[in-house]
Design a protein around this ligand. Structure first.
Ligand code: SF4
Length: 593
């Protein structure tokens, strides 16, 4: 979107509903957006005045990624002048501390390295720094992070429309239902805020409402009923309403704290209006969330601490499978981090650096006479097969692929066909990896042998590939496919579909023979190596044993039909590490293109 438009000699700022018309050198009501001649510049871009890691429950957001942390940032400036502002130290300040510079990339790295699942634009009014927030949000998305606005609801309609696909959730204040109070004491406009709340909803952004209940200002039954009815009728009964207790602050020192009785009265009004999710904040009260269908208590928290979280599959009631409205991450959790590969990012990097040093000191020939389309990789613990796998990733590191389709056999459960993960995000010690869910859903729609089976996605044959993908291709997304009882023809169809698109790369995961003596393993594995190197299925069928043979055969068949070439990269067995030749596992890697 354009953040300003030209009208005569003035520029109109499009960031909030004040729509300030600014002459050259003039700054808007917020104090941080300035007409610098040919444009309106957001002076706080890159300069957070507050930066913390908070529980998401503190925003407050109770229907967004429960029990996670969110990197929270705000700048100086605000488009409101609330006399009770708890962040007045920054919101009513206009001096920018230029020593605290943070690029959008640095913010995202900070969030990732601290294990945050989201970034919240909060503390002061974030719409006044929307250009900075959006630049950060777009990078955050690449790391599977959600983006959250905590706002007074006085955005411009242009900003709210621009948030689609950028901002996932918002907590918006509904501070009063009195137009006069909004205008005189807060510096806003009730009608604009009500319109904006409806706009957030119709734009598909998850909204939770917060009302700070201030004695004598907005705590009458009449006003609370109007607010509750507006939320229920215009935004929907599933919209969470947070009733927050006031304490004296800033210029509003003359009023008492909100009593628990008042909070309970407001709570009853919200429930009577039909709201399913009413919460009481700043009062150390328990705040349960119950299933709207069966009444089961799914979540509970006191203040910011989650006391109970029984959600299953991301957002479902464990008793009746009714989805809880909100934004929930259905994460593909790691299952072998800390066993097959390190559970710390620095340790993963240390392993990969070690593999590459060893590779540089070897006589390995990096020359490739073709453009890579697929690799075959082993999937044992990194101490056994990490070096072999890393060669394949190292040799393809300059390809331009945006999406990696990782296909591996199921070792834990048996099922029919192929399971394609439709989870949102893939957990990794180096920060979550984006799953291309749209692509995953397309595969399920297109191929009737594909489905999603959550249990299949605790599989190590695919998971062990992810740290390599993340290391060499940090901006890519992945699609995880685990197969059990499947024909190689079905997997070949997936490979055919994937490689039809030049942005997609295929990874076939397999180990070779298991638990033979070293001599026997070498004989058996040699059939596999010949088959892969010569793209010859007859060699394979002479006696190759591989847990991922269905996938490898599918790739060889595809390679034959498309006249691909193949290069073997490494072969070794576990004996190299264990020095025990009586029972070994074979590993190889190869590249095809
Ligand atoms: S953000 Fe709002 S208050 Fe600030 S200059 Fe733009 S329109 Fe005016």
């Amino acid at each position: 979107m354009h953040y300003f438009k030209k009208e005569n000699e003035k520029l109109t700022c499009l960031l909030c509903s004040h729509y300030c018309k600014l002459k050259p050198n003039q700054t808007g009501i917020c104090g941080v957006n300035k007409n610098t001649g040919s444009k309106i510049e957001c002076l706080v871009f890159g300069y957070p005045a507050a930066l913390n890691i908070d529980p998401i429950e503190k925003k407050p957001l109770y229907h967004v990624l429960p029990n996670t942390t969110t990197l929270s940032l705000g700048t100086v400036g605000c488009n409101f002048k609330c006399p009770f502002c708890q962040n007045h130290g920054i919101s009513q300040e206009h001096n920018i501390d230029k020593n605290k510079h943070q690029t959008p990339e640095q913010l995202v790295q900070l969030a990732v390295s601290n294990g945050c699942q989201s970034i919240s634009y909060t503390y002061n009014e974030p719409t006044i720094f929307y250009p900075y927030a959006k630049a950060t949000a777009l990078i955050a998305q690449q790391y599977g992070l959600k983006n959250i606005f905590v706002s007074n609801g006085f955005e411009s309609k242009e900003v709210i429309d621009d948030m689609v696909g950028v901002i996932d959730a918002a907590n918006i204040d509904l501070k009063s239902f009195d137009k006069h109070y909004y205008k005189k004491e807060l510096g806003g406009n009730l009608d604009s805020i009500l319109d904006n709340l409806k706009r957030f909803k119709t734009n598909g952004i998850h909204v939770e409402i917060t009302t700070l209940i201030i004695p004598t200002k907005n705590d009458s039954d009449e006003e609370l009923i109007l607010m509750a009815q507006f939320i229920a009728n215009e935004l929907g009964v599933d919209t969470p309403w947070h009733l927050s207790a006031f304490h004296p602050d800033y210029k509003q020192q003359d009023l008492p704290r909100t009593s628990v009785d008042t909070l309970n009265r407001a709570y009853a009004i919200g429930k009577k209006a039909g709201l399913n999710f009413v919460y009481q904040g700043n009062a150390s009260l328990p705040n349960p969330t119950c299933c709207t269908q069966c009444g089961y208590e799914i979540l509970n928290r006191v203040t910011y601490a989650i006391e109970k979280n029984d959600l299953v599959q991301g957002n479902l009631c464990p008793k009746c499978s009714t989805p809880l409205p909100g934004v929930f991450m259905n994460t593909r959790n790691t299952s072998v981090a800390g066993t097959f590969y390190p559970d710390s990012c620095s340790e993963i990097k240390r392993y990969i650096n070690h593999f590459n040093t060893a590779l540089q000191n070897s006589d390995f020939n990096h020359q490739l006479d073709f453009s890579p389309k697929a690799i075959i990789c082993p999937h044992a613990g990194y101490v056994y097969s990490g070096f072999t796998a890393n060669i394949a990733y190292c040799i393809i590191q300059h390809i331009q692929a945006k999406r990696f389709v990782v296909i591996g056999p199921s070792h834990k459960i048996a099922f029919e066909g192929l399971s394609v993960s439709t989870q949102d995000s893939y957990q990794s010690p180096c920060g979550n990896i984006n799953i291309d869910t749209q692509y995953a859903n397309t595969l399920i729609e297109k191929f009737n042998f594909c489905h999603f089976n959550a249990q299949a996605h605790t599989e190590h044959s695919t998971e062990t590939q992810m740290p390599f993908i993340q290391h060499y291709f940090p901006n890519s997304s992945i699609v995880e496919i685990v197969y059990s009882r499947s024909s190689s023809m079905n997997i070949e169809q997936i490979i055919e579909y994937a490689l039809h698109d030049k942005d997609t790369f295929v990874i076939i995961s397999t180990d070779l023979s298991h638990f033979h003596t070293l001599n026997e393993a070498n004989i058996l594995d040699n059939y596999c190596l010949e088959a892969i190197e010569n793209l010859d299925l007859d060699s394979w069928n002479k006696g190759c044993e591989a847990c991922g043979q269905t996938g490898v055969k599918a790739l060889i068949s595809y390679a034959q039909k498309h006249q691909l070439q193949s290069k073997l990269l490494d072969y070794r067995t576990s004996a190299q590490m264990t020095k025990d030749e009586s029972s070994v596992v074979g590993y190889t890697s190869a590249v095809l293109g």
